[in-house]
Design a protein. Sequence first.
Length: 486
Amino acid sequence: MDHSRVPVLEALQEFRRRGDIAYGPPGHKQGRGVDPRVADIVGLDVFRSDVLSLNGLDDRRQSQGVLSQAQELMADAVGAEHAFFSTCGSSLSVKTAMLAVAGPGEKLLLSRNAHKTVIAAVIVNGVEPIWVHPKFDTERHLAHPPEPDDVRRCLREHPDAKGMLLITPTDWGTCADIRGVARVCHEYGVPLIVDEAWGAVFPFHPGLPPWGMNADADLVVTSVHKMGGAIEQSSVFHLQYDRVSPEVLKQREDLLGTTSASSLVYATLDGWRRQMVEHGHDLLDAALHRAERIRRAAAELPGLRPMGREVVEEGLAASFDPLKIVIDVRLLGISGMQAAEWLRARRHVDVGGSDSCRISASITYADDDETEKVLLDALRALVEGADSIERQPPVHLPEPADLELEQAMLPREAYFGEVDHVPAGRAAGRIAAEMLSPYPPGVPVIAPGEVITDEILDYLRSGVDHGVLIPDAADPSVRTLRVVRR
């Protein structure tokens, strides 16, 4: 296929050349009506490029095939049979993918270290989750993806499960054995969905972890905005084999997706695909070398412990994304949240993630010598200034076994059932009717339908006292909890 072509961008360019006047949405009419004060900040070209696909980039019959051509090019670029663009981010794409495999009342295997988006999908879709627990790293207090044997054990116990959703890489860059998990799923005749939100660039360089399509996954969801060159909410479904019907996937996306898709998302996805095909290897090669320099330099700073391939050598993960700079800061006597706040306030550096133990920074092909220097200078300053950071009460980190809560009700039933609000001191033993997700990274510690324990309450309450955010809780202070009425 001719990857120099960019059907969406070409259609947008032609729309501008023709000078069409639209008498439908968007109401700003390609910027004619936008407040100049807004345009001064976000740029008038944003509005000029905000065009409907129907009766804009294409006609009402889509006879020019603008979007379908762009999606075919994307599929070809990454080695998939089909690709579908999504303008609502992978949060919606994952929900759609799950609904394409399992419907209400049916079973689906899910990595328990899943983002709250997955739990939300369980609630919305009404599936019965069969949790596959991650491999827990006690020393780092980190959950790595589950292994093929974990999946085999769950499928043996639940042969009526409709498929498996695997999250890889994790927010901290550790990756699953996708090929091994796919082999197990296919032995049982069920599809493997991979939430590879952080892995959109993986197809374009051999130095990156294995790409889901190359590792025999059936359906892979990526967030191109995370590590690629498309704007926020840019997501793509990639599909191969016949275990998931493209017709069903498209209809489920139509059920959940927007009818006012953003041309800005389509255009930037289209242009990013061309960039990766033409220049991706060299761009990513430079990013990989940069990330390795940063990791080595950070390792030389006292009190900082960057994570790298040792997690693979220790048998804790199948591979590791080297573009993730994950640094344990506990030896400085502070938490990752405190480090993140200090870096933002004192150095104007915003890290990508933080928790009670560590911070993370994503290095992409957009980084250059200046951003490399800024990050390393900021880390040096953090080490030098750590003693001045006020000590907070410690977070009481639970034992791995304490994180595996009993699922007493279906999440949907617990979430939509009759509820009581009880003080935290009386919540142990009750069934949760809400999600409680320390953010970031946004993995629920408690999901609806799970039995609350004292150990988890201690973890959450001590986390809040330390400064952890739990934004999805009805009471973010966790003084009270929503529980199922007895």
